[in-house]
Design a protein around this ligand. Sequence first.
Ligand code: SF4
Length: 402
Amino acid sequence: MRDYAKPKVSIAFDMFGCPQSCRHCWLGQIPWQPMDEQDVFSTFAEARQLEDVHVESIAPDFREPHMAPEYRELYARCDKINGCRLEADYSFELLNLWRLVNDPEYAVWAAARGIRRCQLKWFGTGSVNDDFYGRVGVDQILARATGILLENGIVPRWQIYLNSAGAPQLQDIWQLAQEWELPRRVKQLNDTFDIHCLAYDVDGSAFAERHRRMRRGEEHHIPRGLWESTQRKFAGYELQTEGDLYRQINDGDSGCIPDTGGHQLWFFVTSNWDVYPNFMGPAPWWKLGNLRTEPWQDVWQRYAAGDCIGLQVMRTWTAVQLAQAYGAPDGDSLFDSVGQVVDYWRGHACRDLYRAQQVERVGSGNESTPKPCSKSDIGSMWSRKSQITGFRGSCPAGQSHF
Ligand code: SF4
């Protein structure tokens, strides 16, 4: 039984990686290797022995869900541990795009599982969409996926990530939704078609690809209907430049650290057994420990003590300090909120502090610190993805995602 006095955490394991390589992915291009299921379950059971925290749920994924070849059986085993069908009961609204168009049984299973809605994302059309996803023929895949969802009584939700390259194609995406009569077809499922746009993410691959953000002057590409639909979903949604947000924060008097009180804490366990909290992407500055070399107790204590660069920055740097250190007063990239631009500056701070720490450790001869994933790690994951998706373009993490 849950002890309500204790903090609560759930744990997700990267058991099957992700076949996509989205250029906005906040998780970045993390390497992947197979994880043994028995190891995963016994590691989760060990976490449940922690005395200071209530360990609630297990998820066998934190990227694309349901990637396991035997996904039905695996999720049934997790359901038994969790006492619920996690992604259905908590409306995660995500399905596996690759499986949706390659496995005829999948949508039937998802609908029977109680999944009512599924987000499909767009970055543009044609080669822009392919480039952002890291796979070929994405428009056709999204078209098929939309049809398959509707046929199985699952409502498709189109989410469009704003970026400079895709801006001139926003009208085409809006037009496709109208031509395919998605509002009418979703209404037949007693729901309202949800199509909206969002500012580009700020961490992981999106940080490395920040030059792709939509800029002031490009908003006129957003069709009126799309903007109105976005406003219906997020009342008062706004796009503001980094410079505008810089002035609001810098000239304000709160200097607050954004409140994380309502945050639902998850620990992400990557396939090499590193553990990260889910505030931003799994990067070395957020690493809490490694379960091959340390027990859960050490990992939890490091989290509780805020003993990693990311937690230190998040818990101690005010928004004004971040603005003054990293804000661009003339920046014309578009963000959707103070919280988003603060996360972006926090990403700069974490990277700078991490680099400084690395230099200091190398200088002192103590190099036994965790290293960021190497280009060769990323290269081997990329060749595995290429086998699945057929994409032969350049690796989005080709340079570095730091
Ligand atoms: S954003 Fe893309 S690459 Fe990242 S987990 Fe989701 S599907 Fe995978």
